[in-house]
Design a protein around this ligand. Sequence first.
Ligand SMILES: NC(=O)CC[C@H](N)C(=O)O
Length: 314
Amino acid sequence: MKQPDLQIVVDQIADEMAQQSERGVVADYIPTLASVSPSHFGMTIIDHDGNCYMSGDADVAFSIQSISKVFSLTMALGFVGDGLWSRVGREPSGSAFNSIVQLEWEQGIPRNPFINAGAIVVADILLGRYEPREILGEFLRFMHTVTGDDTITIDEAVAKSENETGFRNRALANYMRAYGNIENTVERNLGVYFHLCSLSMSCHQLASAGRYLMCGGRRAPGTSDTIISQQRAKRILALMMMCGHYDGSGEFAYRVGLPGKSGVGGGILAIAPGIASIAVWFPGLNSQGNSQLGSNALERLVELTGWSVFRTDQ
Ligand SMILES: NC(=O)CC[C@H](N)C(=O)O
């Protein structure tokens, strides 16, 4: 398939999405997110060579929420290596992002690091080495390094709002603590978890952050600018494909066919391995808590470019 002009592609997708009336529903269980307008849209593609194609509100920062689980996992694997997998599984959950049911059958071991329970354990692992403020500083530095952009910050108002209404996350953390899979106090742990989720980034910044996953662990191809090993990058992409959209992961793989990670802020980071890092933002969510138009936009992208990892016609 001949590669189309990517600027024409992002502009065309923006036009098509603007005409769709089914926009999903903005998350309201975190009160500060409820006031975000569902009419926002943004899209950025950064290709292998670093060329950037943007449309809409691609430079407007939004709450990346669970997309941060990709970056906190990357950091935690850097701290403790594959020992992390004794505390978190690597299987799709088939359940909602904030579900508690499997934890009882599975002795407090979450199915994967991309559901809330799994990311709460990952936050606990990060805290194993640092005080809360220190680890959040380390996390921000990591994000500044992978993006090359030191303006990225945590939105304190979102973190506070999550803290005030995070009853389900408290239930998850307490439940896992009862099984000995959370070592820190629940408040100390969730203080970090909520701040990780409250990272504010634009599509442009998010697509930049995904470059190390697109380029086999390097920030730029053909350089020694290595963030993680090639094998680890490949494995994180596998987890994104299988678990990045919770109980909508199968549907996303079927329709889009790219490793992706969504967040309830309406963002999705998708990676076409070796080809492009893509970020979209449409705040309205579908019933699984994944961006409704973001999924549609990525489906159109792979139709127009042939970037699905499952294509067989190269
Ligand atoms: N799916 C999400 O983005 C959920 C993240 C959100 N901070 C929560 O803990 O509920």
